[in-house]
Design a protein around this ligand. Sequence first.
Ligand SMILES: Nc1nc2c(ncn2[C@@H]2O[C@H](COP(=O)(O)OP(=O)(O)O)[C@@H](O)[C@H]2O)c(=O)[nH]1
Ligand SMILES: [Mg+2]
Length: 335
Amino acid sequence: MRKKTVSEYIEGIKNGNRALLAQTITLIESNAAKHRKKAEAILKAIHHLSGNSIRIGVSGVPGAGKSTFIETLGTYLCNNGYHVAVLAVDPSSTVSGGSILGDKTRMSELARNKRAFIRPSPSGGKLGGVHYKTRESILLCEAAGYDVIFVETVGVGQGETEVRELVDFFILLVLTGGGDELQQMKRGILELADLLCVHKADGNNKQQALLTQKEYELSLHLLHSNQDGWEPKAVSCSSLDNEGIEEIWDIICEFKTYMKERHLFYENRMKQSNAWLESLVREYLWNSFYENEEVKKYFYDIKTRTEHGSLTALEGAYELIHLYEKRAAKNERCD
Ligand SMILES: Nc1nc2c(ncn2[C@@H]2O[C@H](COP(=O)(O)OP(=O)(O)O)[C@@H](O)[C@H]2O)c(=O)[nH]1
Ligand SMILES: [Mg+2]
């Protein structure tokens, strides 16, 4: 297949071409240096078209029903005129083996919808968390005209914090289980949620789900009692029976209005953008350090010497940094 030019990718995204959007995401997820330049040019060109969406994180343990929930809410939104993009991080290799297929199958209705775009990305061997290019993918989806973006991640402690940094609204799906479950849930994770949803509130489980919801309501209220801003809510819903889904969308709309009225919506995005800037610089310096010829040449030698005690870790680190700086200065002179 002929390689596409940067302008072809950009045009494709602007026209909302789903195949080209998917190809662009593949390009930005690539680590190859030749792709990096193209990816940068595309992101720069579409940046002014991004930002116009509500970014929603959905987290929960494997099997909590995240994909099914997104499918039901996403289909409802498509039927109401929205364009929905789903960025699902797939922990297949580490958890269930091949769940990319599972996710696609479970979101089959949404996947067929012309107003929806579904993109599973590998989590890169990490358990939970987001793909390290999910933020860029969000921007691309927005530029392609998607106004509701879901980011699905498996929650295992780490995942929630990462996805919180990327989204405006964070939904945590939990299952019934009563007090024990609540006890086990780390307070830190509970604090991240804007909405806690007791999922699968149907059939024999409905009553128990309502009780669990009450317990969560109480804990969220206690957790939040001294803070300003949005007070997290607890609800219950069933994606299979399509119950409580519209109400959840109403809460998200209420949140958006609440945050915008208080100028907190964009303030939050600005904070996220600053954190992103720092993390990009960190990533750049990290790569530049480990790709440095002198560092590569002496790294294992220095590491072995620190392991054997002939060099302290501090001395070893300074020696490496010194080698790095010397080589970087030499490269600069040659440029
Ligand atoms: N009873 C019930 N089961 C559900 C509901 N939503 C999802 N499930 C089931 O829970 C299982 C896991 O769902 P899935 O969406 O793949 O969970 P994920 O791993 O969190 O994405 C599947 O067998 C679903 O059919 C629901 O609202 N009620
Ligand atoms: Mg899933």
